[in-house]
Design a protein around this ligand. Structure first.
Ligand code: NAD
Ligand code: UGA
Length: 457
């Protein structure tokens, strides 16, 4: 039996450990966090995050070989392998503010591991970290004077929210990076042995530490770059009567390009894409690779442009003013099937509409509590309404901001009936039947498509 500890019970730590516990019944897994309310939620019937399939996996292993606790120090003592999946947000102060990763939670955790360890351990970088962080960690951990040896292993996580369980159960690959020393290679093998319980060996990629750390940042940068690329083309479509769905299909059928991640949208959100690209940009600047930094920074700039462009289009379509107008935002989550609203384009759109003095009402099936919390003081000016029909009643416009499938199934004839005319729909996810809505009487604005308006020209 191996005693596995995971420090950080968030979107990564919780689901990842639940799936390891499911497939490795002989190992004992404890997930700890400083946030008592979060740990209490993991121990209850109301898990702290919404993720399809998660409840079932947690219920199957919890109390058997999966435990949640706030007693971090005690569990450090017992652990053989410690995954660290604490948050690594963008630094908001000092050197690198606005770009570099804030590593204070990581360093605090490393020092806590050092202070409470009485046996050698494998420390696993599960959080996304700047390349060469492992070197700093090794220096901290191995600074002890009682002869204890720590192996630092990089094992970045590639799950996407909303499909976390599916991604963990059937990953495209698992990546493990370690030192090329005998003890580094033993640590690497220990990690491979854990994942080999359910992941085919050929999908477990092993590399050196730095390749593993950098591959995580590079993967997110490439994914976000695809979204920004298709969104850049969507802007051109709107000027030229080309249709972004047709263009995406035409280019995505080229097997070298591939069809995935080509959905034009109001922009990408989530806690990681922006933070990880800015981290990459900071690293490039640190190594004086200014052209490389500028190249990647443009992916984030394009995303900000896309969100701003979406609201500008709304305002100009609605006769250049939305002040005092009720506008229903359909969706608050940064993508479907999650309750997460971190960096959600819906909240960016909401904030800009509030600046324009619109009366904003937001509807979402799972993310209203997080939306309220993330909006902070601005939340006071927003109405949060779980029922989309109620949200749309009396509204001048609807903006679809999350691709929840149920939003495409609503009775839009009834919704139109209840709205102020002329009624507008801005589909920021291109999930609605635009021709049908137009025929009903809506004025329809989709991403990367010419508007369908019922006004006489
Ligand atoms: P999260 O904010 O949901 O969870 C992090 C948890 O760590 C929090 O519950 C926090 O209370 C806890 N924590 C912070 N400091 C601690 C300490 N000293 N001791 C104990 N607990 C502490 O974050 P997340 O979304 O799970 O992301 C974690 C890391 O994984 C980040 O580096 C992120 O970039 C990376 N990642 C996230 C995703 C994702 O889909 N969210 C996917 C892949 C990688
Ligand atoms: C992303 C990556 O996909 C994961 O591999 C990675 O582990 C994770 O970041 C991370 O490091 O945190 P996630 O942000 O959860 O996962 O979700 P994605 O499916 O990547 O979507 C990100 C954003 O891009 C969402 O707002 C989504 O709506 C948007 N998107 C995605 C588009 O607008 N168009 C697309 O075609 C795809």
């Amino acid at each position: 039996m191996t005693n596995i500890l995971c420090i950080g019970a968030g979107y990564v730590g919780g689901p990842t450990m639940a799936v390891i516990a499911k497939h490795c019944p002989e190992h004992r897994i404890v997930v700890v966090d400083i946030n008592e309310a979060k740990i209490a939620a993991w121990q209850s019937d109301h898990l702290p995050i919404y993720e399809p399939g998660l409840e079932e996996v947690v219920r199957g292993a919890r109390g058997r070989n999966l435990f949640f606790s706030t007693e971090i120090n005690r569990h450090i003592v017992e652990a053989d392998v410690i995954f660290v999946s604490v948050n690594t947000p963008t630094k908001t102060f000092g050197q690198g503010a606005g770009k570099a990763a804030d590593l204070q939670y990581w360093e605090k955790t490393a020092r806590q591991i050092l202070e409470h360890s009485t046996t050698p351990k494998i420390v696993v970088e599960k959080s996304t970290l700047p390349v060469r962080t492992a070197q700093a960690l090794e220096r901290i951990l191995n600074s002890n004077d009682n002869g204890l040896h720590f192996d630092v292993v990089s094992n970045p996580e590639f799950l996407a929210e909303g499909t976390a369980i599916r991604d963990l159960e059937n990953p495209d690959r698992v990546l493990v990076g370690a030192r090329e020393t005998p003890s580094g290679q033993r640590a690497l093998q220990a990690m491979v042995d854990i994942y080999a319980h359910w992941v085919p060996r050929e999908r477990i990629i092993t590399t050196n530490l730095w390749s593993s750390e950098l591959s995580k940042l590079a993967a997110n940068a490439f994914l976000a770059q695809r979204v920004s690329s298709i969104n850049a083309i969507s802007a051109l479509c709107e000027k030229t009567e080309a249709d972004i769905a047709e263009v995406a299909q035409a280019i995505g059928t080229d097997s070298r390009i591939g069809p995935r991640f080509l959905r034009a949208s109001v922009g990408f959100g989530g806690s990681c894409f922006k933070k990880d690209i800015l981290n990459l940009v900071y690293l490039c600047e640190h190594y004086s690779l200014y052209e490389v930094a500028a190249y990647w920074e443009q992916v984030v700039k394009m995303n900000e442009y896309q969100q701003a462009r979406f609201v500008s289009r709304m305002v100009s379509a609605m006769f250049n003013t939305v002040a005092g107008k009720r506008i229903a935002l359909f969706g608050a989550a940064f993508k479907a099937n999650t309750s997460d609203t971190r960096e959600s384009p819906a909240l960016a759109v909401c904030r800009t509409l509030l600046e324009e003095r619109a009366n904003v009402v937001i509807t979402d099936p799972h993310a209203l509590d997080n939306a309220r919390a993330d909006l902070g003081a601005a939340a006071e000016k927003v109405t949060f309404e779980p029922d989309p029909y109620v949200a749309a009643r009396g509204a001048h416009a609807i903006a679809v901001l999350t691709e929840w499938p149920y939003l495409a199934e609503l009775d839009y004839a009834a919704i139109l009936e209840s709205m102020v005319k002329p009624a507008f729909i801005f589909d920021g996810r291109n999930i609605l039947d635009h021709q049908k809505l137009y025929a009903m009487g809506f004025n329809v604005y989709a991403i990367g498509k010419p508007p369908l308006t019922n006004f006489p020209s």
